[in-house]
Ligand binder design. Structure first.
Ligand SMILES: [Cu+2]
Length: 300
């Protein structure tokens, strides 16, 4: 089965261009402050409830062979925890994700399940009782390597997440991350912004943070091609709204607000032409007022 999948991918890709990529990603527990500045600046209210700080379980990227944790910089694709590190590939690539479970706090099983890639059932990362094998439910202290193929239908922005027996509680605690798969010859954007909608405790979060100044502030310049990679997980439907901008929907009609549900993802691009300081947010108003809002700053 694995061999057949590989042969199909090889046939559709010129060997000189297809790459093999390795990621080393650990599930680990960490203290996580959802509202580090302690404020809802829109309402002028302090946010000091004890639920503000929680013990999260997050994905973090390491250098090959687990030598050391990669730094938390834009270059290393944001390794602070929520969402997990960006996994990047191009159509035709083979990606190996070396996973280990170091969830010291809860010591529960975890896994990695990847949307959009093609893979053998053993790399599905999903717990199916009596069927799924080791990769579906990796115990605390254990490890597993997933083998993924980026096929012709894999291009786009997608989530990965825990799909073990602890999936629901683990996703709530932060065990999810983004993937970007580009076409074989696709040009990357000048700016890439990852937005993950999810709830954490009583808060509506973007990338695990709530309220302005905690959620990401994204920056671009007029003339930049900007790409927004939007993902939703959890129990709720959301809408992605950006002030001062529009993009074309699948029918070619302009829109500035798009629905997204749990497990959903999409990407939109535009060439930036609107300098200013803008909101982006979920337009479910209770979510917005509960923290699901951020700033987008465009300079000339
Ligand atoms: Cu929402």
């Amino acid at each position: 089965m694995v061999a057949a999948v590989c042969a199909a991918a090889a046939a559709s890709a010129t060997p000189s261009q297809a790459a093999t990529r390795h990621y080393w990603i650990s599930a680990e527990s960490t203290r996580w402050d959802i509202v580090p500045n302690g404020r809802d600046v829109i309402m002028g209210m302090p946010i000091d409830a004890p639920e503000r700080v929680t013990t999260a379980v997050v994905y973090r990227r390491y250098t090959p062979g687990w030598k050391k944790r990669m730094p938390n910089t834009a270059r290393s694709a944001d390794n602070d925890g929520i969402p997990g590190p960006l996994i990047e590939a191009r159509v035709g690539d083979t990606v190996f994700v070396h996973f280990r479970n170091r969830d010291q706090a809860y010591r529960k099983p975890h896994s990695m399940h990847f949307h959009a890639f093609t893979y053998a059932p053993s790399s599905d990362g999903t717990y199916i009782p009596y069927v799924s094998g080791r990769g579906g439910n990796v115990p605390f202290g254990g490890s597993f390597t997933y083998k993924l193929i980026a096929g012709p239908q894999s291009a786009g922005a997608w989530p990965y997440h825990d799909h073990s027996s602890t999936m629901e509680e683990s996703i709530h605690r932060g065990l999810y991350g983004p993937m970007v798969i580009m076409g074989r010859k696709e040009k990357p954007p000048d700016r890439r912004f990852v937005v993950v909608f999810q709830h954490m405790g009583p808060y509506a979060t973007i990338n695990g943070k709530a309220f302005l100044g905690n959620t990401p502030t994204f920056h671009a310049k007029v003339g930049d091609v900007v790409e927004w990679d939007v993902i939703a997980l959890g129990e709720n439907f959301h809408t992605f709204h950006v002030h001062g901008h529009r993009w074309l929907n699948h029918a070619g009609v302009p829109e500035d607000n798009r629905d997204i549900g749990p497990g959903g993802s999409f990407r939109v691009r535009w060439r930036e032409d609107a300098p200013g300081r803008w909101y982006y947010h979920c337009h479910v108003e209770s979510h917005q007022m509960n923290g699901m809002i951020g700033m987008y700053e465009v300079s000339r």
